[in-house]
Design a protein. Structure first.
Length: 346
């Protein structure tokens, strides 16, 4: 048994003491599949549970149900999850498709390792989207550039990403020869939780295996045709490392649509918003107005036009999704109370 496990669960019991009933036990969600949740307690590794019918009925959206990383209370003898305990952070995105539905990737995380390969697939705009989601979640982002062993200009690529992500740590590693892995250890200390995210084939499962020092996650070789790894992880899963840290591996994301992100956008593009506040006119559209600090910065070269245009695009997308989200929440609430009213009449 992990030497830190009892300490971690004792800390959780103290933190959530006010939420515990006499028959309840604290557990942490390890994985979810088809409505069942595998949870970890301080004495068991993989107890399979379901939520109560009451919890499922009262859940207006997927957000109200357990997610990987959640601390929950369970009735162990009945294998039932009674409630989701208050989250300190929640890394989520808009689900794929047209609905403004939230998908929680991981809960109660301290750090998100955003993985991207050091090959032709390196995309700064995509990384920025991950960073915004991360800032919005309440966790801290760390960008991990993988497969450094196949890159001939590692330092140059790291500098390029650092310039776009001011204040975000950017690390280059190779899981193949373990280069750079020691830089990850300060984030993997007892009681901390780190989630891995990124596109398919960037090396999340390989890194998980290296940190676990076991081949628990399936991996596949890089395709020769396009220099991309193949997707192997099919569900989110939490692992407890020997260091006492929890690591959450996640499937690769094909779409990174931002459901909510105003705060994350402001954090990531603080330089752009600071410039906007310096414009001569408060309602400056950053077009042809005199005294526009944005246009002056672009002309002088201190702000790239590409960065500003990407900021505008994300700003429009977030505003649109937040409007849609509000309408959807109103609709869900109406349906919920309508259903409850019908049940009372029957």
């Amino acid at each position: 048994m992990n030497q830190y496990k009892s300490i971690i669960f004792n800390t959780a019991r103290q933190e959530y003491a006010l939420h515990l009933a006499d028959h309840s036990e604290v557990a942490r969600v390890v994985t979810e599949q088809k409505g069942f949740y595998k949870v970890m307690t301080d004495t068991e590794e993989g107890l399979l549970c379901q939520v109560t019918g009451k919890m499922r009925f009262r859940s207006a959206s997927r957000e109200n149900l357990p997610a990987v990383g959640d601390w929950v209370t369970i009735r162990k003898d009945e294998a039932i999850i009674e409630r989701v305990l208050p989250r300190k952070s929640k890394f989520s995105r808009k689900m794929a498709g047209n609905e403004a539905e939230e998908q929680i990737i991981a809960a109660n995380i301290d750090t998100v390792f955003i993985l991207s390969s050091l090959n032709d697939d390196l995309n700064l705009h995509r990384i920025e989207r991950y960073v915004i989601l991360c800032w919005e979640s309440g966790a801290n982002p760390v960008v991990i550039l993988t497969k450094a062993d196949v890159c001939t200009d590692v330092a140059e690529r790291v500098s390029e990403v650092e310039a776009a992500l001011v204040g975000v740590p950017v690390l280059a590693i190779s899981s193949l020869d373990r280069t750079g892995l020691e830089a990850l250890y300060p984030y993997l200390t007892p009681g901390k939780t780190v989630a891995l995210t990124g596109s398919s084939g960037v090396g999340k499962s390989t890194l998980t295996n290296e940190l676990l020092q076991e081949s628990l996650q399936k991996t596949k070789e890089v395709r020769d045709s396009d220099d991309k790894g193949r997707h192997t992880t099919t569900h989110r899963e939490l692992f407890l490392l020997d260091s006492g840290a929890a690591l959450i591996d996640t499937p690769g994301m094909r779409e990174i649509q931002i459901l909510q992100g105003s705060e994350g956008l402001s954090t990531q593009f603080n330089d752009v918003e600071e410039l906007a506040r310096s414009c001569r006119f408060n309602d400056c559209s950053h077009g042809s107005e005199p005294g526009c600090a944005i246009r002056i910065a672009i002309e002088e070269g201190s702000l790239s036009e590409d960065r500003y245009l990407h900021y505008e695009k994300l700003q429009r997308e977030i505003a649109y999704m937040e409007r849609r989200g509000n309408k959807r929440l109103e609709s869900l609430e109406r349906k919920k109370w309508k259903s409850m009213s019908k049940k009372r009449k029957n």
